[in-house]
Design a protein around this ligand. Structure first.
Ligand SMILES: Nc1nc2c(c(=O)[nH]1)N[C@H]1C(S)=C(S)[C@@H](COP(=O)(O)O)O[C@H]1N2
Ligand SMILES: [Mo]
Length: 520
């Protein structure tokens, strides 16, 4: 009786890891044809994002900021690598356990793809390709490794020893598959990109608003003193969404369906929207997850059609309360219908941003923007469906995850200069920052040094009540040492920011922004 052959540990590990690489590459390349988010790896990542509870997502945004997606995908890669090693090591006596583990991962990928909203049935081909490539590679390499072990019984545990014909065959096989996976993965990436929405965006003719936004006066910001510029360049505009890869939606195939509690359903193509009366509006957008003093706020000139007008054209039926919007990647958003229909509000179905078609990451080909509401209840990017409905009938993505159903922007202000924890010379110090109360307007900003009196800051020229305003104030800081600076805004309704600190969950942070700095 001979003892059953056993793979060496390095053989086992290489077998598991190369099989995983083959599985991921095969899925990725098929996904290039059937829809990028069918890539099983990305689909599992998206599923993790969707299953993340509000407190954890809040923590992730606070800890990693906009890098949270990279952290998630990187973390998944590490977990997968470990599982591949485990699959190999468990299979030293026979390929069964590793086959089962890799098969299990394949099924998990399949379920994740199956539950994606933004891919068709063909998308299942991608995880299927992963499954076949993963198991096939695993069994193929396992057999080669086993043969090598039996042909070279003196040295079964040591891959670094004298090369035997079997070993060469295993290494050739593993190397070949790994190289093939690399080429396939890269090819999938390039193929996917060439079919991307970028070329569609580049082909959009200039968007010419009938009514352009008013020009921005030179004193609309105090950028020289350290505030942001009044308009945020598109590349600097903050970005928040649940999409692990930017949804690739081409303008040519895109349609927007408007239905639900309306007299007439509408279905509009990109050219239909573009041919309507385009207006341009200056709007400051901000995120409910923005902490006091945080960066998740930006301003742009959005070009689009009036959303309220579009709804009136469809004829809203009595009893409707909510505009429920859905994006190409299945994210959903609920906006109070009364706000959208308010003729004075200026809600937009936007196609353009700062003179260009929307950048892909900001919602190309079309998105919603509603002045005065946090983004998660108003600003659907890659929008494809508008349903007029009730609050009862439909529950939006973040509402289902503990955030408030309605979320008007809270009046806020932020200190940009001096920089928190910075050091500067005692004497005259110019403080500056921003304040916002979209659709209400900022009336006053005050600043307080240490426990001194509140003093009124100078405000930048108003452009619109739908956008932020900048403030600046010259302070006398005679005493070297540590200092505290606080600011608070009063809006045009007469409301002054409360000092009470409340967290961003469920409907936006409150409290005064306060920084400390040192003078010498
Ligand atoms: N499709 C889609 N649209 C979305 C989101 C999303 O996750 N998916 N996030 C919303 C949130 S929370 C905010 S704050 C704004 C941010 O828009 P921006 O990335 O263009 O700044 O988009 C909104 N629109
Ligand atoms: Mo947000």
């Amino acid at each position: 009786m001979t003892e059953r052959a056993r793979l060496s540990a390095p053989h086992a590990v290489v077998t598991g890891v190369v099989a995983l690489a083959a599985a991921l590459a095969a899925g990725h390349v098929v996904a290039a044809f059937v829809g990028r988010s069918a890539s099983p790896y990305l689909a599992v990542g998206s599923a993790v994002v969707e299953l993340t509870p509000a407190w954890l997502e809040d923590w992730a945004v606070r800890t990693f900021g906009t890098a949270d997606k990279v952290v998630l995908l990187g973390g998944m890669a590490v977990v997968l690598l470990l599982l591949a090693v485990v699959a190999g090591v468990l299979s030293r006596r026979g390929p069964g356990p590793g086959t089962a583990l890799i098969g299990g991962l394949g099924v998990l990928g399949g379920v994740a793809v199956f539950t994606r909203a933004d891919v068709g049935q063909l998308a299942l081909l991608a995880p299927l390709a992963s499954l076949v490539a993963g198991i096939g590679t695993f069994r193929f390499l396992h057999a080669r490794a086993l043969r090598e072990t039996t042909e070279n019984p003196d040295n079964p545990e040591n891959i670094g020893g004298r090369p035997a014909p079997g070993r060469r065959r295993f290494l050739l096989g593993a190397g070949g598959v790994a190289a093939g996976a690399g080429v396939l993965g890269l090819g999938g990436q390039l193929l996917g990109v060439s079919r991307d929405a970028a070329s569609s965006r580049a082909a959009v003719p200039p968007l010419r608003p009938v009514r352009p936004a008013p020009p921005v006066p030179p004193d609309a910001d105090f950028a020289k003193l350290g505030t942001p510029t009044f308009l945020t360049p598109n590349t600097d505009f903050y970005r928040i969404d649940t999409a692990l890869v930017v949804p690739q939606v081409r303008a040519d195939g895109w349609t927007l369906r408007l239905h639900g509690m309306v007299e007439r359903e509408l279905e509009l193509s990109y050219d239909d929207v573009r041919a309507r009366r385009l207006v341009e509006r200056t709007i400051t957008l901000c995120c409910v997850s923005n902490e006091v003093g945080g960066p998740l706020i930006s301003t742009a000139n959005f070009i689009g059609v009036d959303l309220g007008e579009l709804l009136r054209e469809a004829g809203v039926r009595p009893g409707a309360e909510q505009l429920f919007s859905t994006s190409a990647d299945g994210w959903t958003c609920g906006t109070p219908l009364a706000v959208v229909l308010d003729r004075d509000r200026g809600a937009l179905l936007a196609l353009g941003m700062n003179g260009e078609p929307l950048p892909l990451e900001h919602g190309f080909p079309a998105r919603l923007v509603v002045p005065g509401l946090y983004g998660y209840v108003s600003a659907t990017k890659w929008v494809t469906d508008l349903e007029v409905t009730t609050w009862e009938a439909r529950r939006a993505y973040w509402f289902e995850r503990d955030w408030a159903r309605e979320a008007p922007v809270k009046t806020q202000s932020r200190i940009d200069r001096p920089v928190a924890f910075g050091t500067l010379l005692a004497g005259r110090v110019v403080a500056a920052g921003i304040a916002w109360a979209q659709h209400t307007g900022i009336a006053k900003v005050e600043a307080r040094l240490d426990s001194g009196p509140w003093r009124e800051a100078e405000l930048s020229t108003v452009v619109t009540d739908d956008a932020w305003r900048m403030w600046q104030i010259a302070l006398d800081v005679p005493r070297p040492g540590n200092h505290r600076l606080t600011c608070r805004a009063t809006d045009r309704s007469g409301y002054t920011q409360t000092p009470l600190r409340s967290p961003v969950l469920p409907d936006g942070a409150t409290g005064w922004h306060e920084i400390t700095f040192t003078t010498t």
